[in-house]
Each structure stands twice: as C-alpha cells, then as structure tokens.
Design a protein. Structure first.
Length: 692
C-alpha cells in the first residue's frame, strides 16, 4: 500500500435500512476504496454492490464541481459556470423579492438523497422557516407505513434485526431484502440454516422469494385482507395469547368483529390465492412465538397501505410473539432514536409561529402544485422551487405533469446536486453539493438500533459545498442574521439527539464522534411487557385518535384506487396491474449514472406473465409500450412467470435521460394518495401493454 494511504470511517447515507458503517481508503487526497466496517455489528464488514462502487460516484468524471446558471431553455441542460458569489447573489435577489411579497410562493423540495440529519433538513429547514416558505409534506416513500405504526404502536418501532437469526418462522412481507436490506437477509439465512421456515409474501417472485420455502403471490394492494384473514383463523382456531391481549392491547373485541368478516374464502377471492394458503399461513404463524415479520415499504404504496401496515402490526400482539426477542414485527426501527427535530429544524423561526403556519404541499402532488395557477384555496402560485437531496422529475409520480411544471419559464428553480440529473436540466441555478465522503453528518437507522457519526474522509471535490454551507451562503447574501442559520455542522450535529434520553445512556456528540457509533439501550424483547407509545400504552387495535379524526379506527382492507374491485370501468380499459420496485443495482434514482452498475442492470424492461404476453402477441425480448391515461413508456419485454398473471413489473427508477425513449415508470404512476399518511401510491396503477 502506498505510504500515503489513510483510512477514514464513514456512514452510508442512502435510503436503506442497513445504514452501513464504511471504511474509506484515501490516497493522496482521493478516495480509492470503500468497504464495510467489520467492527460495526450490523454491517459485519459487508456492503452491497452499489455502495462498494461509491468511490466511482465521488470521483465520477461528470461530477458537478462548480456553480452554474442556465443559458438554454428549461430542460435542455445547457449551463455556464459562474462564481459562488454570483450564484448566491442571484439566489438572494430572486428569493428575497418573492419572500417579501408572497413567501408561500417559495417551495422547498427534498427527500432522502442523504439520510443524514445534518445535511438533510437542518440548516435548510431553518432557512425556509425563516422565509415563511411553504412547507413540504415529505411523504413520498414511507408515510403510510409510519402512520400505520404510529396509530398501532405509537411510533416507528419494531423488533431488533439481529434477533431474526433466532426466529423459527419469518414472514418476509412486501420486501426483497436481497436487493434492499442485505444485512437482514444474512440473519434470515442464519435462521433458515437453523431450521426456520421463510415465507415470502409478494405479488412478484423476487430474488428473495425464489430463496424462501414458500412464495405467496397475492394481488398488489391486498396485503391488509390477507392479514385480516390470518386473524380470522387465529380467532376461530384459538391461536391467541389471551393474557397478552388482555394486558397489553386495546380494542380486541372491535378487531375480532372486523376479522370475523374476513373468512378465508373471502380473502382468497380478494387476494387471488387459494383458501388453504390463508389457513395454513395462519396456523404456521401461530405455531411458535418465535414468529417474526419483516415488512417493507412496498406493501404500503397503495390506497390501503396504512391500514395494511396496521393489520399486519396487530398480528404479534394477538399471538404473544412480542414476548420473545425472536418474535414480533419490523417495518422501521427509526422511532427508537431520540432525534430532537425541533432543535434541528427550528420551526420557531417561522414568522408568527405557532399561530401562523404556512401551507403544506404534499411532495407526491408536486406536478399539480407546479401547474396550479393559485387561488384562495391553494394560496399563491409557486414561483420558486429549491430542490436538494431529490430528483423529482425522475422519481415523483405522474412524471409528465411534473416535467411540465418544471418547464415553466416563470418558475425560478435552484437545484443542489452532485450530478446533472433529469431535474438538474430544468435548473436556473445548479449548485454543486458534496457527497458523504466530503462532509460531516450524523445518522439514525430504520433497520438497526445504532446512531452513527460520519466524518469527512476527503476535502470537497472542486468547488462543491455541503448543503448546510450552501444555505448558509444564500442566507448571508440575503442579509439574514438569525444565529440559528449560521451554526456550524458540528454545532448542528451536537443538537441532533436528545442526549438525556435513557436509550443513549449519558452519551454525547463527542463520544459518538470518537467511537463512530453507539448502540441504543433497548430491551431485547421491547414489548414483552407492553410499554407501547400509544395514548393507552397498549398495542391499539382500536385507535381513539383515528376515531376522533373521523377515520376508521379498526384496521380494514381498502381495495386499490385502480383495480377491478375499486374501479371496474378503468380495469376494463387497463387490465394489468403494474408495480415498479427498485432494481437491484439502483437505489431510487441514485447510482443510475454509474456506468458499471447501469451496465449490469442492462436496459429498462418489463416482466409479464406468459398468459398475458400470449394474449397480446408479445414475445420475450420484444419492445413494448406500457400506457394508461397519464402517459406511456417503451421497454423490453421479459416474458416470465416471476410476475403473477394480471401483473407487470418494471424495475426502477431509471433516469429518464438514460432510458432509450427518455421516459420511466413514473410516466404512468398516479398522484393519488394513501389512506393514512398522505403517501404515494406507486404500486396502485393500472396499465395496458402492446407491442411497440
């Protein structure tokens, strides 16, 4: 090894439950290798294929390294370099003028391009709060599931990942962990070697489903019905833990009444599976308290997603699986970390707060928001949008409408980015942002129970700046003087957690920075004796909070917006359900521009069942057109029984500019929202397919 080689610790910043600890090899100021940290118990020295290529991304030849302003038409992607001083002056002049006249006409747009609490939404949120800008409902990925857990457990809480290795039954529900949760999969494989039975519940026979003992290929959006059907069997065959129900749950009689209406025969019809599958699954689940469920967010990207998560989350409380550390359910563990959101984001900076609360725009409906002329109900027309940590032209639903909004010549658009993405092509100002190896950050996880520190391994590439510094620079140019806008990244990181919380056991930022990570102090079987964070302190089968809001207080099945049950006339025209889960080599739209990963993924394709293909005279390898009333795209057909009949699967999310026809799956997805949480319904989508 070169004598000048150094090693630095970092944290994977991407939207994945694993939140891996990374070791970065640095030579002569350049990151030459990124590997998993063997000392971090959840990571165990292993990274996914994508992140092992992270150095390629950091030092990519097309990395943005200097501020630029647009010189072509919106969407052309033509820019010229300018100085940071000029960029900040332009931003300050335009945003300042709008903020004085109609602050809600300014819209921030961000999501999980980094999961870091510092570079995510700390100084950025403070900046927009100080201006009085519109607030963004960041609900594109996980809000329905988070709401389902909140109304059932009180927060995003679940079992500890490491204990899945001891489980005797594991239901992998709406998840493909081989592609999106590698370190859970290693625990599940360990359990399998020890005799555990693994069941995959997924409309698509994913890489994970192929390696489970059984695959239950239900119709998209029917997971809630299956959970209620399992409850029916548990109740009628007395597979219940009556003591646990009496001591630690609320509303059993109401849930029982609901579940008894979901007979196995009814559920089989709804889900498109055999009646005996429902019965056998419930019996298997009740056969041991060491029964664990790993949900993922795919199952909640439909109309009834929040209710489905609620229903599934009720199961371990019915059987008493929570008594065992190898029993329970995990969708997200992020609620265990005591993040101090008010200290990070400072909503008190909003002028007139809390009496005055600026409007909230749901990010899933950004297409509607940007094409709205403004009125008394909506408020002022959006005149400026600032995009960071996201690529909405590629990832937001109903893509044609999103692109039309960004194409407005009267819309002032700032994009903070590392690469010239689909969204960056529409920017008036394109500002170069650092990657994880170039800035400081602090992380929680939604797949394990450690908090982690990320320290910069290399200096910023070119003139790139951290998100925090970009917003500080614009605030300075605007003449704003609130001290909160100018706190250093170190100061922000030190405030990120409530260090007095018992789960941190007296730790502080200095210790976290020194050690790299701290394991939260959580009981191995966290709900063995109840202790849920709901108003009743119990697992709430019946939610008074939902009832008071005029919503259904007991979990129920809601048919998808777009289905034969929910919209029969639409289904007659567009008879195929489409889902667009993540491709193994991409992470949302991140990594699509890394040539080695894109080459491995190949080209955009669509899996469809042989029966559906034959009806349409489609052969394997044909170019096909996927379409509905919202739009269309062209992809290569893969005729395969991995997709159940009536389902097509387009692994995503391709940058539109890197797809052969300049389109991706979000041409056909909808801006409709979920039952709870206002989340996106990406997998609630009917289409037709024809040979191109």
């Amino acid at each position: 090894m070169n004598a000048r080689a150094e090693f630095a610790r970092a944290v994977c910043p991407h939207d994945c439950p694993d939140t891996c600890a990374m070791r970065v090899t640095v030579e002569n100021g350049k990151a030459i290798k990124v590997s998993g940290d063997p000392d971090h118990p959840p990571t165990q020295g292993v990274l996914c294929t994508k992140v092992t290529r992270y150095a390629e991304r950091v030092h990519h030849p097309k990395r943005l390294t200097q501020p630029m302003k647009r010189i072509g038409r919106k969407g052309e992607g033509r820019f010229e370099p300018i100085s940071w001083d000029e960029a900040c002056a332009i931003a300050a002049a335009r945003l300042g003028e709008i903020a004085q006249r109609a602050p809600e006409a300014i819209l921030p747009y961000s999501y999980a391009g980094t999961m870091g609490l510092v570079q995510g939404d700390s100084i950025a949120q403070r900046f927009f709060h100080r201006l009085g800008a519109s607030r963004l409902d960041r609900a594109i990925c996980a809000a329905a599931g988070a709401a389902g857990l909140r109304y059932t457990y009180g927060s995003s809480l679940g079992m500890l990942t490491e204990h899945f290795a001891e489980s005797e039954v594991i239901l992998i529900w709406g998840a493909n962990p081989i592609a999106s949760n590698l370190h859970f999969w290693t625990r599940a494989q360990e359990a399998k070697r020890n005799g555990a039975k693994l069941i995959a519940i997924d409309p698509y026979r994913s890489l994970t489903a192929e390696k489970c003992h059984q695959h239950i290929a239900l119709k998209p959006g029917t997971d809630g019905a299956l959970a209620l059907g399992m409850m029916h069997v548990l109740i009628t065959e007395d597979g219940l833990d009556h003591d646990y129900i009496a001591a630690h749950t609320h509303g059993f009689e109401q849930l029982k009444a609901r579940a008894l209406t979901y007979t196995p025969a009814r559920v089989a019809q709804i889900c498109g599976i055999e009646e005996q599958i429902v019965i056998d699954l419930a019996r298997l689940y009740a056969s041991t308290r060491k029964a664990a469920i790993r949900m993922n967010y795919g199952l909640q990207r439909v109309r009834g997603g929040g209710n489905a998560v609620r229903a599934i989350a009720c199961l371990p409380a019915l059987t008493g699986a929570w008594r065992e550390r190898a029993g329970g359910v995990l969708l997200s563990s992020s609620g265990w970390a005591p993040v101090d959101g008010n200290a990070l984001q400072r909503p008190d900076l909003i002028p007139g707060w809390p009496k005055h609360q600026p409007r909230i725009v749901n990010m899933n409906q950004v297409g509607d928001a940007l094409t709205h002329a403004g009125d008394a109900a909506f408020g002022p027309k959006v005149e400026a949008i600032v995009v960071y940590n996201s690529n909405p032209v590629a990832v937001a639903p109903e893509s044609a409408k999103v692109a039309a909004g960004f194409a407005r010549e009267d819309l002032f658009t700032i994009v903070l980015e590392q690469f010239q993405t689909d969204t960056a092509d529409y920017a008036d100002l394109l500002l170069p942002a650092t990657t994880q190896l170039e800035h400081l950050d602090v992380h929680k996880s939604y797949g394990h129970t450690y908090v982690m520190a990320n320290l910069p391994a290399i200096a910023p590439v070119g003139e790139a700046r951290p998100n925090t510094e970009i917003f500080r620079s614009i605030a300075r140019a605007m003449g704003l003087n609130e001290p909160a806008l100018f706190e250093s990244d170190e100061e922000v990181a030190a405030r990120a957690f409530d260090w007095s919380d018992p789960v941190l056991a007296g730790a502080d930022w200095a210790r976290l920075k020194q050690d790299g990570w701290i394991k939260l102090n959580i009981a191995d079987a966290p709900f063995a004796n109840g202790g849920f964070r709901t108003p009743t302190g119990k697992c709430e089968f019946y939610s008074e909070t939902l009832a008071k809001a005029g919503l259904e207080p007991v979990p129920d099945y809601l048919p998808p917006h777009e289905s034969a049950d929910g919209a029969p006339e639409l289904a007659a025209r567009y008879p195929l359900a489409m889902i667009s889960p993540p491709a193994r080599n991409f992470l949302n739209s991140t990594f699509v521009n890394v040539e080695s990963l894109r080459a491995t993924e190949g080209e955009p394709h669509l899996d469809l069942h042989p029966t559906d293909a034959a009806r349409r005279n489609i052969a394997d390898g044909d170019q096909v057109r996927v379409f509905n009333d919202r739009g269309s795209m062209q992809v290569r057909a893969r005729v395969s029984d991995r997709a159940r009949e009536g389902l097509v699967v387009g692994l995503s999310i391709w940058w539109k500019k890197l797809a052969p026809d300049g389109r991706n799956a979000n041409e056909v997805t909808s801006q409709a929202l979920t039952d709870l949480g206002g989340s996106a319904t990406f997998y609630d989508c009917l289409v037709e397919v024809e040979r191109a």
